[in-house]
Design a protein around this ligand. Structure first.
Ligand code: ADP
Ligand code: MG
Length: 288
């Protein structure tokens, strides 16, 4: 039987946008020493807006660069794709067809468009493949960047900006008062990660992490003796959510993430994690 105090807390939690799927996860929440946050859609609003389109090839105009990119992004569900498709709509550009679309997990997308091989890809992918970041490249520290490569030639890049959620700073600060560390874990570039983590006063950040490396990062923290909660939304986050001591799926994300996690944050609000921990502490204090 579920003790009354737990049942009451679970109902209270629901009011705060927390869906407790696994009572152990709720019970364990009071032991959390580190919360690992994903960035996009949890600490940030998760809506990318195109801020710049830059051509690095005199034969390709800005509109052509985003037109080619949009052909690939119409097949992707990433928030970056949503931002690029919105911009193309605003510019009234017709999106061309794609063949052989492929998503490269945590790095970008590739496909054939009008007979040309197109990549829309992260700065990390360029480094890894020893493709030099071109002269004339500039982006703000708060901007996410994707490069557009056409038939192995650098065509240009698109910068996108997202906004930090108004609730995030308060949530991180409350965790700090409870002596709980907060770490940012993201596939985005280190400049953006450093900027978000600094703005919010987080303890550290881990950037340019590929989906299959997230699990390893959680394990490493656990080996240091941390009791780790992790938030995640993507299909790719499921193994790391399962490894975390408390896995927290954020609402609008994939069903697979929600199935793996013990807790679901219905409104993706970081303050609800603070509520979870405080409820957990209050509930089990009453029971002792
Ligand atoms: P996170 O979930 O932490 O935001 P992802 O693993 O989803 O990170 O993505 C990491 C990086 O891979 C993005 O910042 C971007 O550079 C690149 N990327 C992923 N998906 C796409 C896409 N559809 N189009 C362009 N770039 C993408
Ligand atoms: Mg993600």
């Amino acid at each position: 039987a579920v003790p009354l105090v737990v049942a009451k807390s679970t109902a209270l939690a629901a009011k705060h946008g927390l869906l407790i799927k696994n009572r152990n996860a709720f019970e364990d929440s009071r032991k959390i020493t580190t919360v690992v946050f994903d960035k996009t859609g949890t600490l940030t609003v998760g809506k990318f807006e195109v801020s710049k389109i830059v051509s690095l090839n005199k034969d390709l105009k800005e509109n052509e660069i985003i037109r080619l990119a949009s052909a690939l992004e119409q097949k992707s569900e990433h928030p970056i794709a949503t931002g690029i498709l919105q911009k193309v709509k605003d510019l009234s550009i017709k999106i061309p067809a794609t063949e052989k679309f492929n998503a490269i997990a945590g790095k970008g997308v590739e496909a054939i468009v009008e007979g040309k091989k197109i990549l829309v890809i992260s700065p990390g992918y360029l480094k890894e493949n020893k493709i030099t970041i071109p002269d004339g490249f500039t982006a703000d520290d708060t901007e996410t960047v994707v490069f557009v490569v056409v038939d192995k030639n650098m065509a240009g890049y698109i910068t996108l900006s997202d906004k930090i959620r108004p609730e995030s700073a308060g949530a991180i600060n409350t965790l700090k008062q409870e002596n709980i560390k907060s770490i940012l874990l993201t596939g985005d570039n280190s400049k953006v990660a450093a900027s978000v983590s600094k703005t919010l006063g987080m303890d550290s950040f881990i950037a340019e992490v590929l989906p299959d490396q997230k699990l390893k990062e959680i394990k490493a923290l656990q080996q240091k003796g941390e009791f780790v909660a992790m938030t995640g939304d993507g299909v790719n986050d499921a193994p790391a959510l399962a490894q975390a001591d408390v896995g927290i799926a954020v609402g609008s994300g994939s069903d697979i993430a929600a199935a793996t996690a013990g807790i679901v944050l219905v409104n993706s609000n970081p303050n609800d994690i603070v509520s979870l921990i405080l409820f957990g502490k209050a509930t089990y204090r009453k029971m002792i």
